[in-house]
Ligand binder design. Sequence first.
Ligand code: PXG
Length: 460
Amino acid sequence: MSKPVSNPQTLHWQTLSNDHHLAPFSDYNQLKAKGPRIITKADGVYIWDSEGNKILDGMAGLWCVAVGYGRDELVQAASRQMKELPFYNTFFMTAHPPVLELAKAIAELAPAGMNHVFFTGSGSEGNDTVLRMVRHYWKLKGKPQKKVIIGRINGYHGSTVAGASLGGMVGMHEQGDLPIPGIVHIPQPYWFGEGGDMTPDEFGVWAAEQLEKKILEVGEDNVAAFIAEPIQGAGGVIIPPDTYWPKVKEILARYDILFVADEVICGFGRTGEWFGSDYYDLKPDLMTIAKGLTSGYIPMGGVIVRDTVVEVLNEGGDFNHGFTYSGHPVAAAVGLENIRILREEEIVERVRAETAPYLQKRLRELADHPLVGEVRGVGMLGAIELVKNKQTRERFEGQGVGMICRGHCFDNGLIMRAVGDTMIISPPLVISKVEIDELVDKARKCLDLTADQISDAAIN
Ligand code: PXG
């Protein structure tokens, strides 16, 4: 934290952090030196830290709190289920009502022909399931050599061994000898960062063609699946050029491989459609879900599977895969209630028709800022590229401008993530227009503060 702490409890918790907690995705040196910001409560689109600061959560927790904080219906659903049946497994020919009701509710929302769900405890476990399921599928189809999965550089599919391998995060691959064998990666459709002199449309076609190139290089007979996020989230809210998905679909139609859409971020309304696959009309064979499924109130993930794949799995006897918490009854009850809220309050419809267009319009006003090279977004996802030169898209070198901006945001009551020098937002789907105004106004103020800090540093 940049300001000195005033609440003795904050120091107490920071000491506990130092003494006992190993945090995920954190620089341990920095964490030890500065101590974590302690978040103590939340309501609506706001969180509060232990110093009493009220902060607009522009990231919905970690892309997940779709219906906003403080929804008592979700608490009640969990409480009721805990009293009735706090746990039973879904292994070995048993099930319980909440998991079955939830599977039906998800099938109703999923694209046509996708009527079955395999539940997991997280998105990462969902993608581990994907890896095992697609290889199992091809074996059952008499093609056991079809094992290779194609992912994308800078894609994110989780942090388990399979998830991190399917993802294309170099920093993750470096730790733990990843990717595991049988997973290869192609370039991402990130025009702003990597498009060079091509137009976005030319670059979109080029990036899609890399898929075909890779299929031919590996051999169609060896490729099991292609996995991709409809819009890359953790990679920096990368919206593919308009030409990308149509071209990818055209390529996938030519080859006999499965298509996995990782909907962990895009799913459950974030694009203004129920799934990113609806937004881009992707027609995948499998979809990984998590996050918005329970609005993050309780961990749960899963894989939605196309009927044609299920038919093959049905022929295969035992699928030797599952987690203790697959379809956990309390998580399922919360997921069911979360979906009820999303549907009955017509939250996805409101995002599509009203709040997302407003957010996107207001965000794009920031494009005139001297630091901003591009503003892009879809639905309740947005990215702001910070650059040294607006015309040439030249980046700052090693100054950590994104982190500087993120620090100003935190200090001024806004959570906006930095992925390198790309600022990203993904607010709760229930954010109102007034709150969107607050978000954008604060973002502009923090861009100004960042610009001032950089120019001061350049002068001194
Ligand atoms: N797929 C996608 C597309 C994700 O965004 C996962 C899978 C893994 O889900 P679990 O539940 O196992 O975490 C994710 C998770 C970030 C960040 O830096 C993003 C995620 C997780 C942690 C950090 O934005 N997304």
